[in-house]
Design a protein around this ligand. Structure first.
Ligand code: NAP
Length: 249
């Protein structure tokens, strides 16, 4: 896959991994559009990276997803890459029942449904390009779950499966399907729950994920397993019980 002269939409591109991907793509000569819910974060991102275009959008809202698709395709005629990066991660204790669940953002809508729907919107457009890609950002937790965040892990496992099927369906089209699979990354994804869990390890810098993604695009390596995520994937096949126990003691 070429890594310059693309027009790329990154969901959740205002912060963390998404912003680092935006930085790498701009550096390599791509046109980049980012979206997110918080206007201040998008403005902050634009302050650091003047070339990008921004759009306030909640990708979990069907109407806003439809508007995003119309806006992007009318304004950026050459759009050829969609990076499904927006995500949230919540600790949810099911012993507390439905009220506890209702307190949190809907991780299925944000992490999974938005990716599926945006892919469905954009694929017919991407198929008209000479070269195009969908990049789904999943997680090493797709392979072995952390039980304290059960929905998050389930959405990432589903994203892994979805990416495999999509890649197969699109194999005879110009649309390549990549999956970026990060390990623990030092971002605000968990909104402070790593502190609550007394986790001192903050994870790798988000820029490392962006670098790995660029290499995968360049080399057409469709599953981009970053750092420890590779070990989790291997352990899920050879040593699941022991690794699950170690992570969930
Ligand atoms: N950090 C890690 O340890 C880690 C590990 C593996 C995988 N990942 C994955 O990497 C991706 C990026 O996460 P990150 O670590 O970079 O955390 P982050 O900095 O919190 O980034 C998440 C981004 O998604 C956006 N977002 C969330 N809900 C959204 C919605 N409904 N509509 C539009 N945008 C939305 C957020 O912006 P707004 O809140 O302003 O909308 C934010 O910019 C996620 O998919 C995450 O699951 C992260």
């Amino acid at each position: 896959m070429k890594t310059s002269n693309n027009t790329v939409l990154i969901t959740g591109g205002g912060t963390g991994i998404g912003f680092c991907i935006a930085e790498e793509l701009v550096k390599s000569g791509n046109e980049v559009i980012i979206c997110g819910r918080r206007e201040d974060k998008l403005k902050e991102a634009k302050g650091k990276l003047r070339q990008i275009s921004t759009k306030v959008c909640d990708v979990s809202n069907p109407k806003e997803r439809a508007e995003l698709f119309s806006w992007v395709t009318s304004k950026f005629k050459g759009i050829n890459v969609l990076v499904n990066n927006a995500g949230v991660q919540r600790m949810i204790d099911f012993r507390k029942g439905i009220d506890e669940l209702a307190k949190h953002e809907n991780e299925v809508d944000i992490n999974l449904t938005a990716t599926i729907q945006l892919s469905a919107y954009f694929i017919p457009v991407l198929m008209q390009r000479e070269e195009a890609a969908i990049v789904n950002v999943s997680s090493g937790l797709a392979f072995i779950p952390l039980a304290i965040m059960p929905i998050y892990c389930a959405t990432k496992a589903a994203l892994h499966s979805f990416s495999i099927s999509l890649r197969h369906q699109l194999r005879d089209t110009p649309v390549k399907v990549f999956e970026v699979i990060p390990p623990t990354v030092d971002t605000q994804l968990d909104k402070g729950t790593r502190d609550l869990r007394n986790m001192t390890y903050r994870g790798i810098p988000p820029a490392d994920v962006a670098t790995a993604m660029m290499k995968s695009l360049r080399e057409d390596e469709y599953e981009c397993l970053v750092g420890q995520a590779k070990n989790l994937m291997e352990a899920s096949r050879t040593n699941f019980e022991e690794q699950f126990g170690r992570m969930n003691h």
